[in-house]
Write a protein of this length. Structure first.
Length: 315
C-alpha cells in the first residue's frame, strides 16, 4: 500500500477519546496506509483535571507496546515548549525552550511513548525569553545523541525559523527542516480575530509557501486543515471572520469539485493540500472511523489539473 502524506492528529487521545477508541483509530490509520502520528507533550492539559498534559503520548505508548513491531513502521512526531509547569497558569507557566526544559521534556516524552527516539521533534511555540543559540544547541544535541531524527518549528514566524537555521548552520549542528502551522483552503479576513487561532504566528502565508517551495530541505505540515468541521457540518459554521467574497467564491468552487468527483468537501481540501506546490502534510484529528476513512480517501485523491485550477482560481 502506498504511504500517505497525512498525519493523524492525536490531540484528544487519552482525554476526549479513551484507550479503546484511540487504539481503534490508530489501527485503522495504519491499516489504511498512514504512517505519521502527531502529538505533543502538552496534549491535552486543558481537558484533564490534573491541569497537566502527557495523556496523548501515554496512550500512543500503550498502543505501541500492544503492537509489537509497529514502531518501525511509524513516523512519530511530538513537541516541546507548551506544557504547563503550574496548572491553571498557562501560558505564563509554560515550560518554554531553555536547554534545561528541552532536556527534561524529551525524557518525559520518550518514557510516555515507550520509545528510544522520536522521528520529528517540534519546538511547539517560540520562546523569546531564551537566546536562540541555546535552543538550537539543545535541540541539535538531541539529534546528535540519537534521541530525535528531525527538528521542526511550530507556530514560529519565518524570520525566527531562518535565524535559528543560520545559527545551526554556523554551529554545524542540526537545524529545523520542517514547519507546522495552521492552513486550509479558505482563510479569514486579514487582521481578523479568529476565536480558536491560538498562536499569533501560527498561520501559513504566501511568504511561508514561497520559503518552503524554494528550499528542498524544508517541509510544511498544516493543522486545523478542515476547520473543525466547518466545510461539512451545519452545526459548526465558519466563524464570521471568514465571511468575505473570497470565501464565497472558494466555497462554491469546492462544492463544484466535490460534486464532480462524488466525494466530500473535506476530501477535496485534503487532496488540494497534499497535491499542491509545495506539497503539504495535513494533520487531521478524527474521533470516529467514518471521519478517518474520509481523511484517508482525501489523502489518496488526486485532482486533475483542470479541477485544481478551478480551486486555485475560483470564478
Amino acid at each position: 500500500m502506498t504511504e500517505l502524506n497525512l498525519a493523524l492528529g492525536a490531540m484528544h487521545f487519552g482525554t476526549r477519546l479513551d484507550d479503546k477508541a484511540s487504539f481503534a483509530l490508530l489501527d485503522g490509520f495504519v491499516d489504511g496506509g498512514g504512517t505519521i502520528i502527531d502529538t505533543a507533550d502538552c496534549y491535552s492539559f486543558w481537558a484533564d483535571p490534573s491541569g497537566y498534559g502527557g495523556q496523548s503520548e501515554a496512550v500512543i505508548g500503550r498502543w505501541l507496546a500492544a503492537r509489537p513491531g509497529i514502531r518501525d513502521r511509524i513516523t512519530l512526531s511530538t513537541k516541546v515548549g507548551a506544557e504547563p509547569t503550574i496548572p491553571g497558569d498557562w501560558p505564563a507557566s509554560r515550560q518554554g525552550l531553555s536547554a534545561a526544559a528541552i532536556g527534561e521534556a524529551v525524557r518525559g516524552s520518550l518514557k510516555r511513548l515507550g520509545t528510544e527516539h522520536v522521528d520529528v521533534y517540534w519546538a511547539h511555540m517560540e520562546d523569546r525569553s531564551v537566546p536562540p543559540a541555546e535552543t538550537v544547541a539543545a535541540l541539535g544535541r538531541l539529534v546528535h545523541d540519537g534521541l530525535v531524527g528531525r527538528l521542526g518549528a511550530s507556530n514560529h514566524p519565518v524570520w525566527r525559523v531562518e535565524r535559528a537555521r543560520r545559527i545551526a548552520a554556523v554551529s554545524a549542528t542540526a537545524g529545523y527542516t520542517a514547519l507546522q502551522l495552521r492552513h486550509s483552503y479558505v482563510h479569514p479576513r486579514p487582521w481578523a480575530t479568529v476565536p480558536d487561532q491560538g498562536h499569533r504566528f501560527g498561520w501559513v502565508t504566501d511568504e511561508v509557501l514561497d520559503y518552503v517551495a524554494t528550499d528542498p530541505e524544508l517541509s510544511l505540515w498544516a493543522y486545523t486543515a478542515l476547520l473543525n468541521g466547518g466545510y461539512t457540518r451545519d452545526d459548526r459554521p465558519l466563524h464570521e471572520s471568514y465571511d468575505h467574497p473570497g470565501t464565497s467564491r472558494r466555497l462554491a468552487a469546492l462544492a463544484e469539485v466535490a460534486r464532480e468527483l462524488g466525494v466530500s468537501r473535506n476530501a477535496v481540501v485534503l487532496s488540494w493540500l497534499v497535491g499542491g506546490q509545495p506539497a503539504i502534510t495535513p494533520i487531521v484529528g478524527v474521533s470516529t472511523p467514518a471521519q478517518l476513512d474520509e481523511a484517508l480517501a482525501g489523502a489518496r485523491l488526486t485532482l486533475d489539473p483542470q479541477l485544481r485550477r478551478l480551486l486555485d482560481e475560483p470564478r
